[in-house]
Design a binder for this molecule. Structure first.
Ligand SMILES: NC(=O)c1ccc[n+]([C@@H]2O[C@H](COP(=O)([O-])OP(=O)(O)OC[C@H]3O[C@@H](n4cnc5c(N)ncnc54)[C@H](OP(=O)(O)O)[C@@H]3O)[C@@H](O)[C@H]2O)c1
Length: 250
């Protein structure tokens, strides 16, 4: 089966593509670097020929509501319209645990993405997952200086590869609506994860923990980003992932 992977060159998208191929399916990568712009729709119809299912793991790197909402609105709309034209039978979106409890700007975009798919004509599944193990480094990448400001945040991080595995299982099955939330095996403090990064060869920086103001900050520091109920749990801990990345880097 031809399965379009929107964002198939990204962090989790690469694993989705690899695992679809390993499962004997035919992934079709939708990304600007492959000639498809999901915001403008350029190249999309040609790439969607013969596609029966879609996994949307596209992304925009921003914390701004004004950038995130139009991005996810446009990408969701274009993908769903193109999918409806070729008779896509299942549209799977990767979302994030807690986006309705922690109201920052990027999460407004993710909520819009979820609404788009729920209002669309294509049968859908939304998988909300917790932060990837890579999230600690992504947090550091937001600022170049010697000091990194890290929100006080409890998270139950999961391996991107295990998220991809769930997405592939879901897309090959029937549409499920809101799927049970996926999380990693253990609750961690983001500050501790960032402090552990130099053990894997990442640059050592001074970590400045901050509690974000208002209800969003309180939710992040509390249970706001943890799964609300039962659901699948990845097996690889952040410690194991870190140890493997040390071995990989040599
Ligand atoms: N990071 C986390 O901890 C986490 C946790 C749970 C869920 N998620 C969700 O997982 C999804 C994937 O995140 P990620 O970190 O794997 O993404 P990523 O590494 O930032 O990759 C983004 C992908 O989107 C593509 N893309 C961006 N703009 C595009 C455009 N205009 N047209 C076509 N393709 C475009 C990129 O390819 P080109 O640059 O070639 O266009 C790339 O393949 C996101 O929706 C995110 O909300 C993330």
């Amino acid at each position: 089966m031809r399965v379009a992977v929107a964002g198939g060159t990204g962090l989790v998208g690469r694993h989705v593509v690899e695992q679809l191929s390993a499962a004997g399916q035919e992934p079709v990568v939708l990304a600007r670097s492959r000639g498809v712009d999901l915001v403008t729709g350029t190249g999309l119809d040609a790439a969607m020929a013969g596609v029966e299912a879609v996994v949307d793991v596209s992304n925009v790197t921003t914390m701004s509501r004004r950038k995130a909402v139009p991005f996810f609105e446009a990408v969701g709309g274009n993908l769903l319209d193109a999918g409806a034209r070729v008779g896509v039978r299942h549209h799977v979106v990767l979302s994030i645990v807690g986006i309705d409890r922690v109201g920052h700007g990027y999460y407004q975009g993710k909520l819009r993405q979820e609404e788009r798919v729920k209002d669309g004509r294509v049968p859908w599944t939304v998988l909300r997952a917790t932060q990837f193990h890579e999230f600690a480094q992504q947090t550091c990448d937001r600022g170049p200086g010697p000091v990194v400001v890290v929100p006080r945040m409890r998270t139950q991080p999961v391996a991107a590869r295990e998220v991809a595995q769930h997405l592939v299982e879901l897309v090959l099955g029937p549409a499920r609506g809101m799927a049970p939330e996926l999380a990693g095996p253990r609750v961690e403090q983001l500050v501790d994860m960032v402090r552990a990064l130099p053990r894997a060869g990442h640059r050592r920086r001074l970590v400045l923990p901050v509690t974000f103001p208002g209800p969003a900050g309180a939710a992040m520091a509390g249970d706001g980003q943890l799964p609300a109920g039962e659901g699948p749990r990845g097996s690889r801990t952040f410690e194991e992932w870190l140890a493997e990345s040390v071995a990989r880097e040599g």
